[in-house]
Design a protein around this ligand. Structure first.
Ligand SMILES: C[S@@+](CC[C@H](N)C(=O)[O-])C[C@H]1O[C@@H](n2cnc3c(N)ncnc32)[C@H](O)[C@@H]1O
Length: 276
C-alpha cells in the first residue's frame, strides 16, 4: 500500500472511532512511524510502505482509536510555536493555554526591567518556558506536586535553552517559593470529578485534571494566597474552565482590587487576570 492509500484508510477508521481530527491524526502518526516530516508525506504520496512500517503504524492507529492522545504516541506537541516533549506524566499542552501565555508575555514586555514570574502547576513546563522564550526579561520559578512532571519540564527547559532562567520546585501551589513576584501564572486542574470527558482527556494524569468543589478548589486556594506574594503592581493570571468562571471571579472580587476575564478563540471565559 502507498502513503496516500494508507492515509485514506486510517483517517476513515479513526473518524469512525470518534476522532475529531482524524485526517490530521493519521498524518501525524504516519509521519512519526516513517520518521518523516508531515510535509514529506505529500511529497512522497506514492511511496510504498514495507510490512514492518505497516505493522508499526497499525499499532499506533489502534491505540489512537482507543483514545490515547496523539501527543503521547509521538512524544511531543507544539505550543506557542515551540516543540515540547510530552509523556503520560504531563498534561498535553493545550492551544487554549496560549491565551494566558500571550497575556503574560505582553505584561512582561511592558515592564521596564527584570520580571519575576511564578508558574504554579507547571506540568510539561510549557507556560514557564514559552514566557522565558518570548520575554527575555522574565525569570520564572515553576512548581508542581509531581516529580515525574518536573523531570519532563526540566528536559523541555534544556531543549529550549532557558534552563538558567527557569527554576523548578516541587511543592504544593506556592509553598516552596521564596520572595515576591511581579506575575503569578497558573493552569491548575479545574475540572469537576464527575465531569463526563472523552477518553483522550481521561488518558491524562488525574492530578492534572480534577479539583474539588466542582473544579474550583485549587484555583480558589491559590487566589487566596497570591495577594501576599505579589510585588507592588503585580498581577495573577489563572486559566479557568467557563463552568467555574463565576465562582472564581467572585473570590477574586474579595481578594483583589481589580479583575477581568480573557476569552479564548471560541469565545469562552478562559483566563482570570487580577491585581491588588
Ligand atoms: C492542568 S495541568 C497544567 C500543566 C501545564 N501548566 C500546562 O498548562 O499544560 C495542572 C498541573 O498542576 C499540577 N498540580 C496539581 N495540584 C497541584 C498543587 N496543589 N500544587 C502544584 N501543582 C499542582 C499537576 O501535577 C499538573 O502538572
Amino acid at each position: 500500500m502507498t502513503i496516500v492509500e494508507v492515509l485514506k484508510l486510517s483517517a476513515d477508521y479513526l473518524q469512525k472511532h470518534g476522532a475529531d481530527s482524524a485526517r490530521l491524526d493519521a498524518e501525524l502518526l504516519l509521519a512519526h512511524a516513517l520518521k518523516l516530516r508531515r510535509l514529506d508525506l505529500y511529497l512522497k504520496f506514492d511511496r510504498t510502505l514495507g510490512e514492518a512500517e505497516l505493522t508499526a503504524y497499525r499499532g499506533l492507529v489502534a491505540r489512537r482509536a482507543k483514545g490515547e492522545p496523539v501527543a503521547y504516541l509521538v512524544g511531543h506537541r507544539e505550543f506557542m510555536g515551540l516543540d515540547f516533549e510530552v509523556t503520560p506524566d504531563v498534561l498535553v499542552p493545550n492551544p487554549d493555554t496560549e491565551v494566558l501565555v500571550q497575556r503574560a508575555v505582553a505584561i512582561a514586555r511592558e515592564a521596564a526591567g527584570p520580571v519575576r514570574v511564578a508558574d504554579v502547576g507547571t506540568g510539561s513546563g510549557c507556560i514557564a518556558i514559552a514566557i522565558t522564550h518570548y520575554a527575555p526579561n522574565a525569570e520564572v520559578w515553576a512548581t508542581d506536586v509531581s516529580p515525574a512532571a518536573l523531570a519532563v519540564a526540566g528536559r523541555n527547559a534544556a531543549r529550549h535553552h532557558v534552563e538558567e532562567r527557569v527554576h523548578f520546585v516541587e511543592g504544593d501551589l506556592m509553598r516552596g517559593l521564596a520572595g515576591e513576584f511581579d506575575l503569578v501564572c497558573a493552569n491548575l486542574p479545574y475540572l469537576a470529578a464527575e465531569a463526563k470527558l472523552p477518553a483522550e482527556v481521561t488518558a491524562q494524569p488525574a492530578r492534572a485534571l480534577y479539583a474539588g468543589d466542582g473544579g474550583s478548589a485549587l484555583v480558589v486556594r491559590l487566589l487566596a494566597d497570591v495577594p501576599a506574594r505579589l510585588c507592588p503592581g503585580g498581577k495573577v493570571l489563572a486559566e479557568i474552565d467557563p463552568a467555574i468562571a463565576s465562582a472564581v471571579t467572585d473570590v477574586a472580587g474579595r481578594c483583589f482590587a481589580g479583575r477581568r476575564i480573557h476569552r479564548d478563540a471560541g469565545g469562552r471565559e478562559r483566563v482570570l487576570e487580577a491585581w491588588s
